[in-house]
Every structure is written in structure tokens, then in C-alpha cells.
Design a protein around this ligand. Structure first.
Ligand SMILES: C[S@@+](CC[C@H](N)C(=O)[O-])C[C@H]1O[C@@H](n2cnc3c(N)ncnc32)[C@H](O)[C@@H]1O
Length: 238
């Protein structure tokens, strides 16, 4: 079984993304995904110590307060890594909520699984672009994930499908877009070309994915909120 098939089979079943497939970047190969998966497996052991200074922790707290999380919500942490967001989300959604943490790196998930356990927290190893659970989530959080997705349109369409009506997608970084892109440019292959698109490209991607922008902050941090745009998708499907 190929790497992509293995990851897809780990994802939950759901509607097909076929109507959209012809509009996405077909040049993105299995290799783009598996080379990044290997990269994140390699850095998993040292990830936390390199990304958990006090400053970052307080920035994370501030970000979470903007996710508009409420008790009982169903939330997807997309690209959860070692799970630094999980306790913060669980605190907001309470025992009546549900949190699904998805990552394609087994090593990242191994650390997250050991650190965080709760009856309403489940982990899933999957390529987020292939993870289909239609209409399930009130919030989908992509913290420090988007630059690493080689086919951003495909990923955004899948994420949109997974949102409930009225559900929100949040894309966030604890640094500015320029800082994120400069940081990635200093990393080795295959992630050194992983970039956060500028606002014009991002807006185009959201529209094409059937998402409507609510908020975009490109200051000291990057913070984007969008919701399912029912009208837009009707137009795409017609
Ligand atoms: C920069 S780390 C951020 C981790 C976490 N969100 C955080 O902020 O601590 C990116 C994470 O996304 C995961 N990732 C990257 N591409 C992915 C994909 N296509 N599907 C699922 N996970 C992915 C990586 O394995 C890694 O754990």
C-alpha cells in the first residue's frame, strides 16, 4: 500500500472531494507529502523545547481566546503536532465537547498521545487534505500548518467540507507572515519553500474553496478566520 493510501485509510470515511478535484493542483505528488512527513518525524523529539518559550506560551493563550470556543463544541486541531494546543482547547469546550487531533507524523502523535489524555480527545494519523468527516466540526484550527500543505486549495476544500454549517476555520501563527516565511526559508528541504500566501492569494484560495473570510490580521501575529460560504459552494458545484 502506498504512503498516501495508508494515510487516507487512516482518515475517516465521508463524501468524495471528486467534484473539486479537477480544480486543484494535480502536480502535487505523493512525494511532497511523504517527504514532509519524514521531516516532521525527524524533528518531533526536539519540537517542544524549540517552540515553547514563555513568550510563545502567552501568545498561544491569547490566540485561543480569539477562537470563540464554547462548551460542547466539536473541534478539529489540524496538524496538532506534539499537542501544545490540546489542553487549552479542552479547557474551553469542557467535558461535553469533543476534540479530534490529526497529524500525519507518527512521532509527533506519539508524544501528543503520551502527554494528553481525555475521554473526549481522539487522535488520528492522516494527511489533513484527505481527512474527511463531513459537517462534523464547529471549529477547525490550523496552528502553524498551512505553509506545509503542498496543495492548499485541496486542503482548504477538504477542511471546508468538514465544517458544520456556521462552523469556522481558523488559521493562525504566533508570528507575522514575513517572520513565518523567513523562518521557513532558513530550514532545510523539504520545508524551506513552505510559505504562507499573501492576503490576495489567500483570499482567492478561500473563495475557490467555498469559504468566506471574516477576519484577517497580518501584524505581529497571523490570524485568519473564515466560515463556510454556502452560496459560493452552490456556484462551484453548478
Ligand atoms: C509546524 S508544526 C505545528 C504543530 C502544532 N500545530 C503546533 O503549533 O505546535 C506542523 C505540524 O503539522 C503536521 N503536518 C504537516 N503537514 C500535514 C498534513 N498534510 N497532514 C497532517 N499533518 C500535517 C506536521 O507533522 C507537524 O506536526
Amino acid at each position: 500500500m502506498s504512503q498516501k493510501q495508508k494515510l487516507s485509510s487512516a482518515a475517516e470515511g465521508g463524501i468524495s472531494a471528486e467534484p473539486f478535484q479537477n480544480l486543484t493542483n494535480l502536480a502535487v505528488s505523493e512525494q511532497d507529502i511523504s517527504s514532509r512527513e519524514l521531516y516532521f518525524d525527524r524533528v518531533a523529539a526536539t519540537w517542544e523545547e524549540e517552540h515553547s518559550e514563555a513568550e510563545v506560551d502567552s501568545a498561544l493563550q491569547a490566540l485561543v481566546s480569539r477562537f470563540d470556543l464554547r462548551p460542547g463544541q466539536v473541534v478539529l486541531d489540524a496538524g496538532c503536532g506534539t499537542g501544545r494546543l490540546l489542553p487549552l482547547i479542552l479547557r474551553e469546550i469542557g467535558p461535553g465537547g469533543e476534540l479530534v487531533a490529526v497529524d500525519f507524523s507518527e512521532k509527533m502523535l506519539e508524544i501528543a498521545r503520551k502527554k494528553y489524555r481525555a475521554p473526549n480527545l481522539t487522535f488520528c494519523r492522516a494527511d489533513i487534505s484527505q481527512f474527511k468527516s463531513p459537517g462534523r466540526f464547529d471549529r477547525i484550527i490550523c496552528l502553524c500548518l498551512l505553509p506545509h500543505l503542498p496543495d492548499k486549495l485541496l486542503a482548504l476544500r477538504t477542511l471546508r467540507t468538514n465544517l458544520k454549517r456556521g462552523g469556522q476555520l481558523i488559521i493562525a501563527h504566533t508570528a507575522s507572515r514575513e517572520e513565518v516565511n523567513a523562518y521557513h526559508a532558513r530550514l532545510p528541504e523539504p520545508v524551506c519553500h513552505d510559505q504562507l500566501p499573501d492576503s490576495q492569494e489567500m483570499t482567492g484560495l478561500l473563495v475557490a474553496a467555498g469559504l468566506r473570510l471574516i477576519e484577517l490580521e497580518e501584524g505581529n501575529i497571523y490570524f485568519l478566520k473564515a466560515f463556510r460560504d454556502e452560496d459560493q459552494v452552490d456556484k462551484i458545484l453548478r
